[in-house]
Write a protein that binds this ligand. Structure first.
Ligand code: 5IU
Length: 277
């Protein structure tokens, strides 16, 4: 059997064990988009305006809900209405990192009640496998999916080598709730011993650090192009923030729309080249 990233999204949608991964792959196929836009703005109005503009072009919206200055629970209803209107899933980039009992509470409760609206969330592996157990106790009954942070796009990241390998092993031990990774490359063979071969698991790889123009920012972010990420590194979804919406201080919604269309085309062409060639 070929490596999952050489199969079509449609084939993978039919066979994935995780409900949120199936929904995501089906959305990717329906919309011909492997683009996720990361909406890192602090005003609720800007947040909604960007999402409404990019909605037609994305399979997934990535949020950092705790940076919104004027958050109210009504914002979640508006986000969900846009998710229905434009047919995209929601990924709260919460990066949980505590013991199982605490993350279960952070995921289900508090001001944000993330599990009630985010189809997908993510976690650091630094606490060990109990973080998966804790989050799964809340998310699995709701049909949610978890991404493990196996690598980061920032310069000098410590998530390398044996840390990344251990993240891959933790995912393989929990394939029902862990639907994939935040990483910079395919993970099938990462962490396998010399006598092990890659199993049938299909972990999706969502890659941040994507930009068509810039190579990075002043705070350590590093960018690669959609083609490098999807075609050369075999990742499945590109995550783009400022490359699409520019500076929140000078929001130009028509330009945001144009850029979303441009990244969607670049990501999709790279995928087609990958599975057809
Ligand atoms: N993000 C990264 N790199 C990572 C991880 C998360 O950039 O390794 I894990 C987040 C941070 C931000 C978005 O929310 O993805 C990227 O935004 P820009 O495209 O604006 O750099």
């Amino acid at each position: 059997m070929s490596s999952p990233h050489l199969r079509t999204y449609a084939y993978r949608a039919q066979n994935h064990p995780n409900a949120a991964a199936r929904l995501l792959l089906e959305t990717v196929v329906r919309k011909k988009s492997n683009l996720s836009v990361s909406v890192d703005v602090t005003s609720a109005d800007d947040f909604l305006a960007i999402i409404d503009a990019v909605g037609p072009y994305v399979c997934l919206i990535k949020t950092h809900i705790d940076i919104i200055e004027d958050f109210t629970p009504g914002l979640i209803q508006k986000l969900q209405a846009l998710s229905q209107k434009h047919d995209f899933l929601i990924f709260e980039d919460r990066k949980f990192a505590d013991i199982g009992n605490t993350v279960a509470l952070q995921y289900s409760s508090g001001v944000y009640k993330i599990a009630s609206w985010a189809h997908i969330t993510n976690a650091h592996t630094v606490p060990g496998p109990s973080i998966i157990t804790g989050l799964a106790s809340v998310g699995l009954p709701l049909g949610r999916g978890l991404l493990l942070l196996a690598e980061m796009s920032s310069n000098g990241s410590l998530a390398t080598g044996s840390y990344t390998e251990e993240a891959a092993r933790m995912a393989r031990a929990n394939p029902n709730f862990v639907m994939g990774f935040i990483a910079q490359r395919r993970m099938e063979t990462v962490g396998l011993t010399t006598c092990e071969t890659a199993g049938e698991d299909d972990f999706l790889v969502l890659a941040p650090g994507v930009g068509l123009e810039s190579k990075g920012d002043a705070m350590g972010q590093q960018y690669r192009t959609p083609r490098e990420v999807i075609l050369k590194s075999g990742c499945d979804i590109i995550i783009v923030g400022r490359g699409v919406y520019g500076s929140p201080k000078n929001l130009d919604i028509q330009e945001v729309r144009n850029q979303a269309g441009r990244y969607r085309t670049a990501g999709w062409e790279a995928y087609e080249e990958r599975v057809l060639s």
